[in-house]
Design a protein around this ligand. Structure first.
Ligand SMILES: Nc1ncnc2c1ncn2[C@@H]1O[C@H](COP(=O)(O)OP(=O)(O)O)[C@@H](O)[C@H]1O
Ligand code: SF4
Ligand SMILES: [Mg+2]
Length: 373
């Protein structure tokens, strides 16, 4: 008789599932709708990039699921870690999750490090919080973690105080602390924003080494699409508290279907194009999240806007398999380049600041949409 062996039930690959997450802050001036119905899922070992201008709700989204927002915040929706709801957990319950299962890395390492203790002690303490091991074992693990994040002479540097290290080295220490308990998810919120370009690359490498070593999934938050390019599997673009486009790196970089994402691409200096790189910056600023008018929030800055854009906010809808975009005219984009939609300006790539004020928008909407159609 042949015996039939049944496979065990397939374990879900999804470690984090955020559904319709909204966050509002009551203020003296009214309700600030900082996050409006954000949904995304994160698979084991995957890197998700979240990109958007300052104030688009990237940090608030992550702080909400880490239980780190002020009590006044009104949070609705759901954020599940391995199927377990995180929203509504009390401080004690969240402390058991933070660090052990979900770890966060912030922009400024000095806010995460204690100036009065050597870094080795701080990493070892992170290990000891969630594990019953000896101090010696925790210290050895601290040295090992420093090696993983690429700190040379780790067995000596482990005795250093934070002020004895450079910004890039300090951020690596913070990454070492984040990975101390092999969390399944690491959330890095603008981890390289305060650093210069060369150091940025080293810190991103350290983050990647950490992620690979422990097999964690990573949410990499940045305002700079360039940071994400070589590091993310999928990208979510945020604007005015919402996801306005999401897809694979190729979807976003080669077939963006929402003018804002296209504009972000056009604002990226391309080193391969030499000193006379042509940029197409997005003019204007994001809207206030107090009393958002009806319609598409990108409307005042969008060269493709038409009447319908004033009337209704486009939903985030599928434009191709796994690729979502929120634009009434997403079907007319895809093959359009940033230069088709936004006005081109020539700049010297060595210049840090782009003179946005001196540019104007391409307003011949008909030309662009006909071309794309
Ligand atoms: N505690 C708070 N009270 C009121 N508004 C807040 C608070 N925290 C954040 N905000 C507002 O929420 C919006 C989103 O902020 P944030 O998530 O920090 O943006 P990002 O990280 O994308 O730069 C901003 O308009 C910000 O001013
Ligand atoms: S919906 Fe209209 S305003 Fe909004 S991005 Fe699309 S074209 Fe522009
Ligand atoms: Mg932020």
């Amino acid at each position: 008789m042949t015996s039939i062996s049944l496979d065990p039930p397939v374990a879900t690959d999804t470690v984090l599932e955020v559904s319709d997450l909204s966050v509002a802050f009551p203020t003296e001036d009214g309700l600030v709708k900082a996050v409006r119905g954000v949904s995304y899922s994160l698979k084991r070992g995957e890197t998700l990039g979240i990109v958007g201008e300052s104030g688009s709700g990237k940090s608030v989204t992550s702080l909400a699921l880490m239980g780190l927002l002020p009590r006044s915040a009104r949070i609705t929706g759901s954020a599940k870690f391995r199927g377990e709801e995180l929203l509504g957990k009390n401080d004690r319950e969240m402390s058991a999750v933070r660090g052990k299962h979900l770890a966060m890395i912030f922009q400024d390492p000095l806010t995460s490090l204690n100036p009065v203790y050597p870094i080795g002690k701080q990493i070892a303490e992170a290990v000891l919080v969630h594990n019953e091991v000896s101090k010696r074992t925790a210290w050895d693990r601290a040295v090992e973690l420093l090696r993983v994040v690429g700190i040379p002479h780790a067995e000596q540097r482990v005795h250093n105080y934070p002020h004895e290290m450079s910004g890039g080295m300090r951020q690596r220490v913070v990454i070492a602390i984040a990975m101390a308990n092999n969390p399944e998810v690491m959330i890095a919120d603008e981890p390289t924003t305060a650093l210069d370009v060369t150091v940025q690359a080293q810190v991103l490498e350290a983050l990647e080494a950490a992620r690979t070593e422990i097999g964690a999934a990573l949410v990499l938050i940045t305002h700079d699409l360039g940071v994400i390019a070589g590091h993310a599997d999928r990208i979510c673009v945020m604007y005015a508290g919402k996801l306005v486009e999401s897809g694979t790196v190729d979807d976003i970089f080669y077939r963006p279907r929402m003018p804002y994402a296209l504009g972000l691409l056009g604002s990226l200096p391309r080193v391969d194009e030499g000193r006379d790189a042509r940029l197409t910056p997005i003019v204007g600023t994001p809207p206030s999240l107090l009393n958002l008018p009806p319609g598409c929030p990108f409307r005042p800055r969008c060269p493709l806007a038409q009447e319908v854009c004033d009337e209704s906010e486009p939903p985030l809808a599928q434009v191709e398999h796994g690729h979502l975009a929120a634009c009434h005219f997403s079907d007319q984009l895809g093959s359009a380049s940033a230069a088709d939609v936004f006005t081109v300006t020539s700049i010297d790539v060595d210049t840090d600041e782009v003179d946005v004020a001196s540019t104007s928008l391409a307003t011949d909407v008909a030309d662009v949409t006909e071309e794309g159609a």
